[in-house]
Design a protein around this ligand. Structure first.
Ligand SMILES: [Zn+2]
Length: 291
């Protein structure tokens, strides 16, 4: 947990749950449990991501910081501002909020993902509100940007596409596709799912939307891997009817003509892989109980 967040969270926990913070020891303890009202709530002092009730048999409830204090995780450019001049020229840290979102909001390793995106800005004329974004370049000049300042203000729209990406996929900019030869290549729906798999050394690309069959990208891959063993395609689209239905269609479609092997990942397999890939998403799950 980065120092500013740690300090803010600790102050709030003491105020809101009456934790006793002793100088020694690994835990903050004796907080009031919101479920059972007893003073048995505890959390890790250095990384207070999860609060747990110590009454394992009678309550044992747990509470995640992101659910308790969503405001600390939703307005990234307030917390990590760029330094700008009066005429809005960026002087320093042009990607400050985007980096913070990727590192602290998503749990990615900054040294791995830096350079894969830039910080953008999106303004909705109808609502007259704006937000910083994490902006990715897609093939053919298209872009996809995720809103990172209170995205719920934009209703269902949490991201913005510009340009056409049909038939393409997003792959990490520094990818050497010949390393995919003979391996599994996972095709996820969202960019962040693909990035999570890449953190676990699993080759992955993002189709961006569940109805985008990557015929052009696959044709380009065939050319790049001429004479080499092709990867086995694993379609891992999002949960739900649309994802499942397109997965079936895509597997069928990729059987015709293209020389890759393919199979479908079940949702459980994908979820397990993703959880293993980015443990920071569910931090502190293995913390011991205080004695
Ligand atoms: Zn309790």
């Amino acid at each position: 947990m980065y120092p500013e967040l740690h300090s803010e969270v600790t102050t709030r926990l003491i105020n809101d749950y009456s934790f006793k913070s002793s100088r020694c020891g690994e835990f903050m303890q004796q907080g009031t449990c919101p479920s059972c009202g007893k003073k048995e709530l505890y959390t890790n002092k250095e990384n207070p991501w999860v609060l747990r009730c110590g009454r394992l048999n009678k309550c044992g409830d747990e509470f995640h910081i992101k659910d308790l204090y969503p405001d600390l995780f939703e307005s990234w450019s307030d917390r990590f501002p760029q330094k700008v001049t009066q005429n809005n020229q960026v002087l320093e840290k042009p990607n400050a909020a985007a980096d913070a979102y990727m590192q602290h909001g998503r749990g990615f390793t900054l040294s791995t993902v830096q350079g894969w995106y830039e910080q953008g800005a999106y303004y909705c004329g109808q609502r007259q509100i704006g937000t910083a974004t994490v902006k990715f370049k897609l093939p053919c000049g298209a872009t996809w940007e995720r809103f990172i300042d209170k995205p719920q203000r934009f209703g269902k729209m949490k991201a913005n596409f510009a340009g056409k990406y049909t038939g393409q996929w997003w792959q990490a900019p520094d990818t050497d596709v010949t390393t995919w030869s003979g391996k599994e290549l996972w095709l996820t729906e969202g960019i962040f799912d693909a990035i999570a798999l890449l953190h676990a050394d699993i080759a992955a690309v993002s189709l961006m939307t569940c109805n985008n069959f990557p015929d052009q990208a696959l044709a380009d891959l065939e050319k790049s891997l001429a004479g080499q063993k092709k990867p086995k395609l694993i379609f891992a689209l999002d949960d739900g009817k649309a994802g499942e239905s397109f997965t079936r269609k895509f597997v069928k479609r990729s059987r015709t003509g293209l020389g890759c092997q393919r199979s479908t990942a079940t949702q459980r397999q994908t979820k397990t892989r993703l959880e293993r890939a980015v443990p920071a998403r569910t931090p502190d799950q293995t913390a011991n109980r205080p004695m």
